[in-house]
Write a protein that binds this ligand. Structure first.
Ligand code: PMP
Length: 340
């Protein structure tokens, strides 16, 4: 006879939403079990952000920035948004644009993974592709192109995710409290990549208001300026790297260096190696910045006592399905001269 089973239902997943963007957040926190096996004293949990409606953590800020701008009367139906994005913020903004009858123009590097560019076109975004080799001071570079367009179209609304502190606020209000609740308030380290800085700065600010002893570790790609600035106060000349979504060629306002206790630098090779390991060992098909964060977590663990229990939270911002033609493609990786 079949045993009678009591169904267990997850309350949040049963909610009905009036529009897609309202399903943003309340992402799962998942314990890593195999990739951390050399550290039995450690419990490592990853916040799986690719379960957001448009596939990344950036849905949170897109929703917050656009709702705030509309509520404050700075943006209304029919207006055009312009932003520079490595692709994920753009997807979130596309969702907000569709729901609120806005137009969406995005400055994106031509080298961005094809999957992201195709997805952006599919949801009706008008892409402005820029040459990734242009120096940051060039008017057509990734960092300056928005300002060049705004000179001709001052009526466009520029959320400015890199310098608008409402980016950090989105994570202070959502990502941070979710992690605190999911971890029952017992956290030793938060380790996360720094792109605009919004995620780490906002989450860290919230967590430190709850427990000032939590250590905050930021991950930065080799070639970005943040790591050296944090360690020495000096600005290095930036160089090309291939971990999309992390680092920058210049300092930006949303990176709150005061809240960061330590930074770890990661190479393309290290990030991609751990991106692939996450897929094979944990079945977590995540993007390159997740592999970078994973490398950072293991680096933190390698410096800690093997006897002391430790609880670490990290954040996996987007899905590996956005990088099947790049990080998960052997030819692409080999062409960069990387051996995995
Ligand atoms: N990973 C990916 C894939 C991203 O798109 C971003 C956003 N730039 C980040 C990490 C970093 O998040 P944040 O901008 O909040 O620092």
């Amino acid at each position: 006879m079949q045993e009678k089973q009591t169904p267990t239902l997850h309350s949040n997943s049963l909610r009905v939403y009036q529009q897609l963007s309202d399903a943003t957040g309340w992402t799962p926190l998942v314990k890593l079990n195999k990739i951390t096996k050399n550290y039995p004293q450690a419990e490592v949990y990853a916040k799986i952000e690719f379960t957001n409606p448009m596939g990344s953590i950036k849905d949170r800020i897109a929703r917050h920035l656009i709702k705030k701008a509309m509520a404050e009367g700075r943006l209304k139906a029919g207006d055009t948004i312009i932003e520079n994005s490595s692709g994920n913020t753009a997807m979130g903004l596309a969702m907000m644009a569709i729901e609120n009858n806005l137009k969406c123009k995005i400055v994106v590097r031509a080298s961005t993974a094809k999957e992201k560019l195709d997805a952006l076109r599919a949801v009706g975004v008008d892409l402005i592709l820029v040459d990734p080799s242009l120096p940051p001071e060039h008017p057509d570079s990734y960092n300056k192109k928005v300002y060049t367009v705004l000179k001709q179209h001052p009526e466009y609304y520029f959320p400015d995710q890199h310098n608008n502190l409402a980016n950090n606020e989105a994570h202070f209000l959502t990502t941070g409290p979710e992690i605190w609740q999911q971890m029952d308030g017992r956290i030793d380290f938060i380790v996360a990549g720094v792109g605009t800085g919004g995620t780490l700065s906002g989450v860290a600010r919230y967590l430190k208001t709850q427990d000032p002893d939590i250590k905050v570790v930021g991950i930065d790609p080799q070639g970005s300026v943040f790591y050296d600035f944090f360690k020495t106060g000096k600005l290095i000349k930036p160089s090309r790297y291939y971990i999309e979504g992390l680092g920058d060629e210049e300092l930006i306002k949303c990176v709150d260096f005061d809240i960061i206790d330590d930074m770890i630098q990661v190479s393309n090779e290290q990030a991609f190696k751990y991106t692939r390991k996450l897929a094979k060992e944990e079945a977590i098909l995540a993007g390159g910045s997740s592999g970078a964060a994973m490398y950072g977590v293991l680096k933190v663990l390698s410096g800690l006592s093997a006897n002391k229990p430790v609880r670490i939270v990290t954040i996996f911002p987007d899905s590996g399905s956005r990088y099947l033609s790049t990080i998960f493609n052997d030819d692409w990786v080999q062409n960069l001269g990387i051996k995995l």
